[in-house]
Design a protein around this ligand. Structure first.
Ligand code: 13P
Ligand code: SF4
Length: 341
């Protein structure tokens, strides 16, 4: 049923609406201007109402923009946290504010729920880099080598894999394999990083993240100053990771800032995350060379509103593909979060 003509259409921005959300605006006002707030707030208000009507939960990745991350999300986190919450959610509807592989993973884990993605073109260069047929060929070329697959892949690729991993447990997942040689797909940079942390021989694929591969070691050196803590995501090239004081998933970087008593942070990852962290840690000063993920940025408040209003686009995964992919994802969830922070 379309709710386009009910009173859940966004209200006009006025002083009454602004007063209702005054506390929220105080929290985000360093990153969202009053003019932007006047555009965002009617959607934030309408989405909050639609969430209760639909019994929906909004899961948002750490790279979502502040109006989504702080304005409408019920759960924020890295890929592993979003998968864990999708698996144990009691909501009828999951709205995944992130990219398509994250929404597919939610559907694989919660086949009976309606999973919505506000823009089904929100892809990922890593997921695009490999197909299920590629995985089958690699298995023929390296008989007996188990396949560890980063979650940044399609459901079909997960279905061909022995186990999935995220950046929050990649090293431990590889270490848990009962083999000396492991096929690790598809991120060559995450794979190279994992190879520095294990004695196993890794067979890598030529995939990369179009956002993180743009950082360079020279760029980090040019920004380096005394007192600055450099935190980097393991999707970055090796010369970047060599310059970092801390390497970890988006959740681990957040944890390191929370626990590390850091005053000044250079965050080497997608730069919306620094906006979200600047709101969460107002006493920390962030330096951020700004690389944005064009796929994450496709998710906007009007699209989230329309997704919940129209209950579309719905994410579907073929039942047999989902059954096979679920084994690999569940095996990863059983291992859980295993990183330093
Ligand atoms: P995390 O799992 O660390 O959040 O990373 C996901 C991702 O897409 C990084 O580019
Ligand atoms: Fe994919 Fe990179 Fe965007 Fe993450 S930041 S979703 S790995 S393209």
């Amino acid at each position: 049923m379309s709710l386009a003509h009910t009173n859940l259409a966004p209200r006009a921005f006025d002083s009454e609406l602004a007063a209702q959300y005054a506390d929220l605006y105080t929290r985000v006002s360093d990153r969202i201007t009053p003019d932007e707030w006047a555009v965002h707030l009617p959607y934030i208000d309408a989405i909050r109402s639609l969430k209760s009507l639909r019994r929906a939960v909004v899961l948002a990745h750490n790279y979502q923009s502040p109006e989504i991350f702080h304005g409408i999300a019920d759960v924020c986190g890295d890929s592993l946290a979003l998968a864990q919450r999708a698996a144990d959610s009691s909501a009828d509807v999951i709205v995944l504010c992130g990219v398509h592989f994250m929404a597919e993973t939610a559907k694989i884990l919660s086949p009976d729920k309606t999973v919505l993605i506000p823009d089904s073109d929100a892809g990922c260069s890593l997921a695009e880099s490999i197909t299920a047929a590629d995985v089958r060929l690699l298995r023929q070329r390296y008989p007996g080598a188990p396949v560890v697959t980063y979650v940044n892949t399609s459901a079909e690729v997960k279905a061909e894999s022995d186990v999935c991993c995220t950046s929050a447990n990649a090293v431990h997942v590889v270490e848990s394999m009962d083999a000396d040689t492991v096929i690790f797909l598809p991120d060559k940079y995450l794979g190279k990083y994992v190879a520095t942390q294990t004695r196993k021989r890794l067979i890598l694929w030529e995939g990369s993240c179009e956002v993180h591969e743009r950082f360079t070691g020279a760029e980090i050196r040019s920004l380096r100053e005394p007192g600055l803590s450099v935190l980097a995501h393991p999707e970055c090239p090796p010369d970047v990771l060599e310059e970092a004081d801390f390497v970890g998933s988006t959740a681990a970087m957040t944890g390191a800032i929370r626990d590390g008593k850091m005053d000044r942070v250079l965050l080497i990852t997608e730069c919306s995350m620094a906006d979200n962290l600047a709101i969460e840690f107002p006493s920390v000063s962030f330096t951020r060379p700004c690389n944005l993920c064009p796929h994450m940025q496709r998710i906007t408040l009007p699209k989230v509103y329309r997704a919940l209003r129209d209950m579309a686009p719905v994410v579907e995964v073929d039942a047999e593909v989902a059954r096979r992919a679920r084994r690999a994802v569940q095996r990863m969830l059983d291992i859980g979060r295993r990183e330093a922070a």
